[in-house]
Design a binder for this molecule. Structure first.
Ligand SMILES: NC(=O)c1ccc[n+]([C@@H]2O[C@H](COP(=O)([O-])OP(=O)(O)OC[C@H]3O[C@@H](n4cnc5c(N)ncnc54)[C@H](OP(=O)(O)O)[C@@H]3O)[C@@H](O)[C@H]2O)c1
Length: 247
């Protein structure tokens, strides 16, 4: 059964999510764009239109189920049935364990765990009814556990990975491909280069290759689906080595 080329990308206002939306658009997908900041989503949509694609801006907080449901309705009404969901939106916290407040701990779970739960729940049954789809979870190094000062973020990402794996087993035979894309390291961006000015840029994970993996996962045939992809640069194998300094 041929599927409609409509993708829903969360966290599409900037960073990796924007790159993913632009790349899926170049693959022929109309893109529903989710994040809280409308102005950033508008910028992404404009970039998509400039390259000849279609996009719908739906400002949404993924941690609010009603907002997620409304966004999915709007995207399906305006663009068509969603066949690809990329759960990319993320909250991040680096803090000493003893300093983490309860609401900060909650917030990590609300965005990184409840968010993908709400988004996936909103689309997965429809995908099954239509014969299939792909749900990708963008994870980070910490989804394997540790390191120091990442306990809240780590816990929420480990939980997100658990949802991904359970989903793969629960919905695979019904035609839905769930995959965990584990980006193990800092991703190259202006923000990261500014934060680590002395580090050789080749040390960072390339956003283009992340997008390449997304396209690869989306296009895999049913007979041979990947569940887990670990993507890391040559310098970031464990145990971590000191960042390579610029020459
Ligand atoms: N950057 C890295 O080095 C790196 C490495 C490994 C894994 N990752 C993972 O990759 C993903 C994207 O990271 P990034 O660096 O591109 O992040 P980013 O630049 O901070 O962008 C995050 C995006 O998610 C959106 N977002 C945050 N909270 C949201 C919420 N409650 N509801 C809806 N949207 C929300 C943000 O928009 P608003 O704030 O406007 O909502 C923004 O569009 C994350 O899941 C992260 O864990 C990143």
């Amino acid at each position: 059964m041929s599927q409609s080329k409509v993708a829903l990308v969360t966290g599409a206002g900037r960073g990796i999510g924007r790159d993913i939306a632009l790349r899926l658009s170049r693959e022929g997908y109309a893109c529903g764009l989710i994040a809280r900041t409308k102005s950033q989503l508008d910028e992404t949509a404009e970039l998509i239109r400039k390259q000849g694609g279609r996009a719908l801006v739906t400002p949404t907080d993924v941690s609010k189920r009603e907002q997620v449901l409304a966004s999915v309705e709007a995207v399906e009404r305006e663009l068509g049935p969603i066949s690809v969901l990329v759960n990319n939106a993320g909250a991040y916290l680096k803090k000493r364990f003893t300093d983490i407040a309860e609401d900060e701990f909650d917030f990590q779970f609300k965005v990184n765990c409840y968010g993908p739960f709400f988004c996936t729940q909103a689309v997965v049954s429809r995908m099954v009814e239509r014969g299939g789809g792909t749900v990708i979870f963008v994870l980070g190094s910490e989804s394997r556990g540790g390191p120091a000062q990442y306990s809240a973020y780590t816990a929420s990402k480990v939980a997100q990975r658990a949802i991904a794996e359970s989903l793969a087993y629960e919905f695979g035979h019904l035609g839905v491909h769930a995959a965990a894309l584990d980006v193990d390291g800092a991703v190259d961006s202006e923000r990261v280069r500014e934060a680590m000015p002395d580090v050789d840029p080749s040390w960072f994970v390339s956003p283009e290759r992340i997008c390449e993996e997304i396209v690869h996962l989306v296009n895999q045939p049913k007979s041979s689906w990947t569940f887990q992809v670990d993507l890391r640069s040559y310098a970031q194998w464990r145990p971590r080595v000191a960042p390579k300094k610029k020459a």
